[in-house]
Structures are given as structure tokens and as C-alpha cells.
Design a protein around this ligand. Structure first.
Ligand code: MG
Ligand code: MG
Length: 237
């Protein structure tokens, strides 16, 4: 899983470097494919329930699952890029959101707070804790900054499949979660909106946007629970 995580981290680095005003989201998909090819890794996104690309690209009010295409990035956009890879049968999955050039102060705050909420969640991935502590920590950071947390889409355990049980909600789920044990691996992935938490799916049946049109950010890592605490497998250098 460390190997798959390193490929995903390399996809992050390559797409982040390529993403600027004038570039299309399909261009970024090609950049990510080159990393997979170079590393001999397979895509876990391509053909997933018919998904047509190796990354998801979700600009501005799009929360997740955007299909790379002819959308041309503009100065001031924010863009979420979600990447995945399979190496020797094991999966990695991670996402980040970046600004294209200079963006608004509100957008910058959203990116900072969403990433902070991810790290607050990761910090709870210790043997003996319960899984709901992750979501509670995410929620406290995001809502504490005046933002809202998406409910319909959540994190997940990950291993020989991308999406394994149990789910990892980014909020208090109403009942205590299962106990976290050394050896478990999770994808923690807060989706945070400037406005309300409600979502809407577009006619392409993939793209999920905020119902009120407000900006949304998404950060994700694949993390192994070790005897020494959480080990983030998808961290770029
Ligand atoms: Mg995921
Ligand atoms: Mg992902």
C-alpha cells in the first residue's frame, strides 16, 4: 500500500504542477495517466461504475466526481483533483484542492480549513480510538470556521479494493464508530462547503455540486494505522 500511495502522491505533484490558467481538465487527466504508465500502476478510477478518466477534477462549486474534459481553468478558480492507483493489487486514493493563480480570501480560507480538518481527523487514527472520533474532529474544525460538512459522501477503509467497509463519515454519525486497530488503512476525505451542506448531482450523473452554488474543497489521504500512530501513505515529498 505504500507503493500505491507513492504513485498517487506522484500524480498529485504532476497534476499540481500542470494546473494553471488555460489548461483543460482533460490535459490534467493525461498528465496523471503518464504517471500511472511510467510507474506500471493501474487506475482504480477508470471504468469504476463507468467513470471515463483516471482522476476526478472538480472546479469551484463542484464538490467531487467531476469528469475531466474541455473545461479550461481560469485565474482565481479553485480545483479539486482526486487521484487513485493500484500497485500489486493494493489501492491508494487521495485528493487535494488548489487555487489557480490568485484567488479570493474566502477561497484561500476554505482550502486552509479543509486541509486542517483532514489533519485533525488523521490525528485520531490511533489504535484503541473509535472511528467516529475522526469525523468529529473534522467537523469541529470545519464548522468552527463557519463552513459546512458534506454528509452524502464520506471516507472509507481501503485495501485490495478502493472502497471497503467501514465508511468514515466527516461528522458525528449519531452512534459510536468501530474500534480502530493497528494494521487498518483508511481514506479520510473531508468535503467542506462555504455555504450549506446540501448537494446536487448534475445531468452527467457524476458531478456533485453544492446546492447553493457556494465554493467547495476536498482533501484526502490514505493512512495506515501503525503501532507508532498514523502513517500517511499518499504524502508528496
Ligand atoms: Mg476516497
Ligand atoms: Mg479519492
Amino acid at each position: 500500500m505504500r507503493k500505491a500511495g507513492r504513485v498517487v502522491a506522484e500524480m498529485h505533484t504532476a497534476t499540481r504542477e500542470a494546473a494553471r490558467a488555460g489548461v483543460t481538465t482533460a490535459d490534467l487527466d493525461r498528465v496523471a495517466r503518464e504517471v500511472l504508465d511510467r510507474r506500471g500502476a493501474r487506475s482504480n478510477f477508470l471504468h469504476y461504475h463507468g467513470f471515463p478518466a483516471v482522476i476526478c477534477t472538480s472546479p469551484n462549486s463542484m464538490i467531487v466526481h467531476g469528469i475531466p474534459g474541455d473545461y479550461r481553468l481560469e485565474e482565481g478558480d479553485i480545483l479539486s483533483i482526486d487521484c487513485g492507483a493500484i500497485v500489486e493489487g493494493y489501492h491508494g486514493d487521495a485528493a487535494f484542492t488548489m487555487a489557480i493563480g490568485r484567488t479570493s480570501g474566502e477561497a484561500e480560507k476554505l482550502l486552509r480549513v479543509t486541509e486542517e480538518s483532514l489533519w485533525a481527523g488523521i490525528d485520531k487514527l490511533h489504535d484503541g480510538n473509535r472511528l467516529h472520533e475522526v469525523g468529529l474532529a473534522v467537523q469541529q474544525v470545519a464548522e468552527g470556521a463557519g463552513f459546512s460538512v458534506v454528509r452524502e459522501y464520506v471516507g472509507h477503509a481501503i485495501g485490495t479494493a478502493m472502497h471497503e467497509d467501514p465508511q468514515v463519515p466527516n461528522y458525528w454519525p449519531g452512534t459510536p464508530g468501530p474500534k480502530i486497530k493497528t494494521g487498518m488503512v483508511f481514506a479520510v476525505e473531508p468535503m467542506v462547503n462555504v455555504g450549506g451542506r446540501e448537494t446536487r448531482t448534475l445531468a452527467d450523473e457524476w458531478s456533485v455540486v453544492t446546492a447553493d452554488g457556494s465554493l467547495s474543497a476536498h482533501f484526502e489521504h490514505t493512512i495506515a494505522v501503525t503501532e507508532d500512530g498514523p502513517e500517511v501513505l499518499t504524502l508528496a515529498d
